[in-house]
Ligand binder design. Sequence first.
Ligand code: PLP
Length: 380
Amino acid sequence: MIYLDNNATTPLDPRVIDKIISFIKEHFGNPSSLYPLGREVKTLVTEAREQVAAAIGARRTEIIFTSSGTEADNLAILGLAEAQPEKREFITSSIEHPAVLETARHLEAHGYTVYYLPVDQTGLIDLDFLRSVISAKTLLVSVMLANNEIGTIEPLEEVVKIAHRYGVPVHTDAVQAFGKMEVKVDSLGVDLLSLSAHKVYGPKGTGALYIRKGLDLRPVLHGGHQEFGLRPGTENTAGIIGFGEAVRILREEWLKDKNRIEKLAGRMKSGFEKKIKGIRFNGHPEKRIKSTLNFSFPGLPAEAILLALATREIYVSTGSACSEGSGEVSHVLLALGLTQEEASSALRLSLGRFNTEEDVDQTLAEMPEIIDELRRELAG
Ligand code: PLP
């Protein structure tokens, strides 16, 4: 099979599998227990926390493990809202993942004013719009670092400059950026940053939130004192240990991986553009995660292409995994100005660590045939 949906989730790295298996065989202790069985696990969780912190240039006490990237996004936004109930305005972008967009809608339902930053045709947010709506009443600005559907990289440093002038903190959802570009909290200047293990060859159901030291956040779940009192519940220890191992590998190999994967993706992109007539590339020509490729195939429903590829064991997606199957057209592509028809003909191919030259060759050989066949079927 050829797996080209690494933005939906990545396969576990075999080294992560080994680490998790040996951990769960040897350790069942609760990290909150005071006797050695628990203390040993606590130490391993702390080591994983150090890996995650070091990867983004943070301190280990600034990292909270969560159940997912989604929970990290929720905790960032709702945890700050709990801490500063007098601030009733929130700013985000129109192309966020549902983990942020639906949290914004939740705030709206509770009487908040939410501003959604528009984007240009390439997916870059409108900074003038941000300047026009931000004020001392703003609770938080939340803008993703890289978009999951088109890969566009947002100008976070600019966002931070503008927001901090008003004393407004900035959150970024770095779930898709992490592992694919340099992500350092100090050079970005952000106050909150979300991560997810399963996008970096780690296990599903584990995420992390970076909270800059000194920023007051309140828990949104209520219970014990785990995770510095911010995220109660006995830790998903196997998930956290796997996340730590995935990040250890990432820190050693990400740059080498990045160059190789981007070369493969570049070859895929030019192959598509040369071999398939009438397609449209969606996203920014330069400021993007190069392993994410999003194309519209005007006149063809994306689902038909996806299913035809799947019969040949080539797996791609029509947008984000979360909206797939919902029958909804991508809100990201509509925000870019695509018509319903163009948006519903879009496919995302996302490459990762385990893709090979042969994967690209085979996809480039099969894809034009599939498109020709579908076009003939539709014409006839
Ligand atoms: N944010 C972005 C940009 C994502 O792409 C995803 C996953 O697709 C998430 C958040 C959610 O992460 P998780 O699947 O860990 O909840």
